[in-house]
Design a protein around this ligand. Structure first.
Ligand code: ATP
Ligand code: ATP
Ligand code: MG
Ligand code: MG
Lengths: 260, 260
C-alpha cells in the first residue's frame, strides 16, 4: 500500500509544484520508489522532472476522462532513479468541465490508482500536484489520497485561503473519503530578512503545531532556476539551501509515517 | 464607455491581485473613477481594498448566478477616493460548476456591466481580478472586457503557461468577443540580483515588444505587507519602489489608450 499525499492549496504560487517534485526527488534519492501525478494543466511538475508533455503524449487526462490505465501513461524521470511521473498535457485544462457529467466523477483517479496497485505494481509514495483551485481535479486528488500536504508561502494572502481549504477538506472527508486528513504543512519561500515571513510562520505554527514540519524552505534562486533545465533542485544544486531543506522535509515526512 | 481590462494569468501567484489593486489605486489617486471586480473566490482583492467579504456580504456571486444588479454589490474602497470594489465571497468557489448549466453562462458579467452603464453610472476604468485558472469565471471576465492585462512574474514557470493563455484568448476572441486583445503585459517581482529575472524579462520583451510596459515592478516586501493592513501599497508606503513602479505602470496604461 503506497502512502498517497495530495499537495494542495488553492492559493496560487505557494510552492505546490516545487514542493511536490523536490520532496519526491529527495525520497527517490533515498531509495524509495515514488510516483508524481501531475494534475495541473500547466504541467509544471512534468517540466521539472524532464518529461515532455506536449499534446500527443499519453497523460493523466486520458486516465481520468477515457479510463486509460495509469501505468500506460507513467514515464521515468530522466534525472533521478526510482522517480516516475504521470504527466499532464494541455487537454487537462478542459477536464474539469468534462468531468462534471461523467459517472463517479470524483473518484476516477482513486480507481485508476487502485487498478494499478491490483496489477502488483508497487510504489512507496505517490505525490499528487494540484492546480491552484478547488475544482474537480483537486477533488479527485483528495479522494485518491488519505493525506493532504499543504505548502504555505510565508506571505499574508497565504493565510486567507487556509480556512476555505480546510472546509473543503472536511466536506470531502465527510462525504467522499473518511480517512482524509491534513498530515503535513510546509512553510515555503521563507525570507529571514522580513518580519512578514516570521509573523506568518509563527501564526501557522501556533494553529497547526502537529502538522507543520520543523523544516522551513528558504527563498533561494537556485530552486527557481532548476526547472528551466528540466531538473529538480536536488540534482541541479544539491548543496543549495533549498535542496538541503527539501532533503530534511522529505526525511521528516518519511520518519513521521502517515500519522492518522 | 469605461475601459475594461481583465487581469488574467492561469499561473498562480504571479501578481494578478497585487497588480489589479495597485494599478486601480494609482489611477483613482490620479482622479479617475475606477471599479475593481473581484472574481477570485479567495477574495484577495477585496481584502487589499479594505472591503469585508464574509459570506453574507452581497457579492459578485449574486450578480453572476442570481442576476443581482452590479451596483447593488459595489462598495467604496476605505483608503482611496474614486475607487470602488465588487467583492468576492466564498460562495464564488462553487460558481464555476453552477454557471455550467445556466443560460448565457459566458456573458453574465458582460450583461451586468452593460446594465450598470445603462443606468447612467460612469466608471473610467474597470479592472477585473481573475482566479488562477481558465474556467468560466475567467471566461466571463474575458467576454466582459476588450483588453487583457497579463502580469508575468520573472520566473521560469511563468513563460510555460503563456502559450496556453494566448490560445484561450484567441478562442474567446473568435467565438465570444471579437474586440478582445492583449493590450498590456507587466513584468512583476523582478529581482535585479538574479540572472533568471533578466532572462525572463528579455524573453518577454522580445516576444511582446508592443504590449510589455516599460515599467517593471521590483520585488519589494512593502508590497506584500500592505494587504495585511487592508491597504494597497499606494497608501501603505507611497514612496516604496513597488508603489512608484505601480504609479508609473498606471500612467503608462492610461497614456497608451486602449490600443486596439
Ligand atoms: N524556495 C523557493 N525559493 C525561490 N523560488 C521558489 C521557491 N519555491 C518556489 N519558487 C518559485 O516560486 C514560483 C511559484 O512556485 P510553484 O510554481 O512551485 O508554486 P505553485 O503553488 O505550484 O503554483 P501554481 O499555483 O501556479 O500551481 C515558481 O516560479 C518557483 O520556481
Ligand atoms: N512586487 C512584489 N514584491 C513582493 N511581493 C509581491 C509583489 N507582488 C506580489 N507579491 C506577493 O506575491 C504573492 C503573490 O501575488 P498575488 O497574490 O498578487 O498573485 P496572484 O497572481 O493574484 O495569485 P493567485 O494566482 O493566487 O490569484 C502575494 O503574497 C503578494 O503579496
Ligand atoms: Mg504548480
Ligand atoms: Mg490573486
Amino acid at each position: 500500500q503506497p502512502r498517497i499525499l495530495t499537495v494542495a492549496n488553492q492559493k496560487g504560487g505557494v510552492g505546490k509544484t516545487t514542493t511536490t517534485v523536490n520532496v519526491a526527488a529527495a525520497m527517490a534519492q533515498g531509495g524509495l520508489t515514488v510516483l508524481v501525478v501531475d494534475l495541473d494543466p500547466q504541467g509544471n511538475a512534468s517540466t521539472a522532472l524532464g518529461i515532455d508533455h506536449h499534446a500527443d503524449v499519453p497523460s493523466i487526462y486520458d486516465v481520468l476522462v477515457d479510463g486509460t490505465p495509469l501505468l500506460d501513461v507513467v514515464q521515468p524521470c530522466t534525472t533521478v532513479e526510482n522517480l516516475f511521473c504521470a504527466p499532464a498535457t494541455i487537454d487537462l485544462a478542459g477536464a474539469e468541465i468534462e468531468l462534471v457529467s461523467l459517472v463517479a466523477r470524483e473518484s476516477r483517479l482513486q480507481k485508476a490508482i487502485a487498478e494499478a496497485e491490483a496489477t502488483g505494481h508497487a510504489y512507496d509514495y505517490i505525490l499528487i500536484d494540484c492546480p491552484p483551485s478547488l475544482g474537480l481535479l483537486t477533488v479527485n486528488a483528495m479522494v485518491a489520497a488519505s493525506e493532504v500536504f499543504i505548502p504555505i508561502q510565508c506571505e499574508y494572502y497565504a493565510l486567507e485561503g487556509l480556512s476555505q481549504l480546510l472546509k473543503n477538506i472536511e466536506l470531502i472527508r465527510a462525504h467522499l473519503n473518511p480517512p482524509l486528513h491534513v498530515s503535513t504543512i510546509l512553510l515555503t519561500m521563507y525570507d529571514g530578512r522580513t518580519r512578514l515571513s516570521a509573523q506568518v510562520a509563527d501564526e501557522v505554527r501556533e494553529h497547526f503545531p502537529q502538522q507543520v514540519l520543523r523544516t522551513t524552505v528558504p527563498r533561494s534562486v537556485r530552486v527557481s532556476e532548476a526547472p528551466s533545465f528540466g531538473e529538480t533542485v536536488m540534482t541541479y544544486d544539491p548543496t543549495s539551501s533549498g535542496a538541503l531543506a527539501y532533503l530534511e522535509a522529505a526525511s521528516e515526512i518519511a520518519d513521521r509515517g502517515a500519522g492518522i
